[in-house]
Each structure stands twice: as C-alpha cells, then as structure tokens.
Design a protein around this ligand. Structure first.
Ligand SMILES: Nc1ncnc2c1ncn2[C@@H]1O[C@H](COP(=O)(O)OP(=O)(O)OP(=O)(O)O)[C@@H](O)[C@H]1O
Ligand SMILES: [Mg+2]
Length: 247
C-alpha cells in the first residue's frame, strides 16, 4: 500500500479555475520524493491536500486512509507537515511548548516529551531557542523550530514545503543532514534543487497543476531542457560539471 496516493485529483480555489488538474501519483513507503515546479505550479496546494487542510475532487489517500473530515485526525498522526509559512502552524507561546504538545497528545508524559524535544533541539543546534517566544524569533529560526516540532512527533511520513527557504547555509546543511538521517517517507517541495538532489531519489515536476515529469532525481535534475522549459535551472552541482555540454 502506498504511503501517499493522489488519484485523479482536481482542485480549485475559485470555481472554474482549477489549479490542480486530474493529478495521479503515489509515494511509496520509505521513499524520498522531491516536488518541484515554478511559482504557482501547485506544490503547496498538493501539500495542503495531504493532511486535509484543503478538500479536493478526486481521492487523496494516506496509508490507505481516504483523507476527509472524519479521518483528518488519524491522517495527521501519520503525516507530519511543515508548511511554507511556519507562522501558520505555531500555536503555543514558546518553541518548547509547541514541541511537546503533539507528543503529549499522543500519550507521552511531560517529562518524556521534554526529554525528546531537548534531544532534537540539541541535534539541530537549536537549544538556545528552547524557551523563546514563537512570535519573537526570526523567520529562519521559526522554520527550524517548525521542523524540530514535526520530527519530535516521529510521524510515519513527513511533508515539507520549502524546508530550506530563508535558512542560512549552516542551518540549511543541518536540515539536509536531518532529512538524510531519517527513514520516514518524505515528500519535499522546494526550489532548492541542490537540496532536493541531496535528499531525494525521485522527483515529481509539476507544471500548471499537471504532472510534467516523474522519475529518478539524477535524470530529471540533469535535464537542462526540461528544467528550463519549466522556469528552473540545473542544480549547481550539475551546472558546474565539465561534462555539461552547454557550458
Ligand atoms: N488561497 C488561494 N486562493 C486562490 N488562489 C490561490 C490560493 N493559494 C494559491 N492560489 C493559486 O493556486 C495556484 C497554485 O498555488 P501554490 O501555492 O500551490 O503554488 P506553489 O507551486 O506552491 O508556488 P510557490 O513556488 O510560489 O510556493 C497559483 O496559481 C496560486 O495563485
Ligand atoms: Mg508553495
């Protein structure tokens, strides 16, 4: 059974203007899949459909469960999500309180949840953020805190929308290393194609709400013509290669 499955999914924010059109794909358990495409292609919309933050025509399934109002709680237990705008998902006053809220809801004692949060904060080099107020930290710090919060839940799958946007190079590398070290199923939307190349074995390219390509990361991210036709560029690690015929 696939971890995430879209079957003929069409979605419109405004009637008559679909932004996802008859989209069908699946992410298997344990896979790491990059979701790429130009601004407005539909990546965040796809991400929001998975935990049921939006409601579509067609079927979205998580581990076989059809996503809908009655299943949202069950689905969110399986899938941790980091949204493009971290503000929209922090609701406790401090970073630590946000991090222990989910795990305590799922049955950990406060001490256990705090110990786990502290471990992840330390691993991510974020211990200084522990008692900071969520609305008085920087954009990049919020992104890091949101990622730490999701990892503390130990979900079966994580979906991350632009996890490295607004991160400095050191934090970006920390996040890449965290992603690489975890075995959950992952779906990662980003314009940071070098990060996608470092973390994902498969890439799905979305263009105008339809699936434009789906295949091995090493093939799609090397395809200069395909990327440029979709308003993207080769990752730096490929663009710099002497073997690149266009250089
Ligand atoms: N709340 C909304 N109401 C109406 N239209 C929206 C809304 N959110 C997004 N859209 C439109 O839906 C389309 C897909 O947007 P989406 O946010 O999924 O794109 P994206 O691929 O995540 O882009 P980006 O790379 O800029 O994050 C765009 O045309 C966008 O203008
Ligand atoms: Mg987006």
């Amino acid at each position: 059974m696939s971890m995430i499955e879209f079957q003929n999914v069409t979605f419109s924010y405004e009637a008559g203007k679909p932004v996802l059109k008859d989209l069908t794909f699946a992410v298997e358990k344990g896979e790491s899949v990059g979701l790429i495409g130009a601004n407005g292609a539909g990546k965040s919309t796809i991400m929001k459909l998975i935990p049921g933050l939006l409601d579509s025509m067609g079927r979205v399934r998580v581990d076989g469960i059809s996503v809908g109002k009655d299943t949202a709680a069950e689905v969110r237990k399986k899938v941790g999500f980091v949204l493009q705008d971290p503000d929209s998902q922090m609701f406790m006053p401090t970073v630590l309180e946000d991090m222990i809220f989910g795990p305590m809801n799922y049955g950990l004692t406060k001490d256990e949840a705090v110990a786990k949060a502290d471990r992840i904060l330390a691993e991510m080099g974020l211990s200084d953020l522990r008692n900071r107020h969520n609305h008085r930290i920087s954009g990049g710090e919020k992104k890091m805190a949101a990622i730490a919060t999701i990892l503390a839940m130990e979900p079966e799958a994580v979906i991350m929308d632009e996890p490295t946007a607004s991160l400095d190079p050191y934090n970006r590398r920390t996040v890449i290393n965290m992603i690489r070290s975890r075995s959950e199923t992952k779906l990662i939307a980003s314009h940071d194609l070098d990060m996608i190349l470092d973390t994902c074995s498969r890439v799905i390219l979305i263009s105008g709400g339809v699936l434009a390509a789906d295949g091995p990361a090493e093939r799609i991210l090397r395809d200069r013509a395909l990327l440029e036709a979709n308003r993207m560029e080769l990752p730096l690690s490929y663009a710099g290669r002497a073997s690149d015929p266009d250089r």
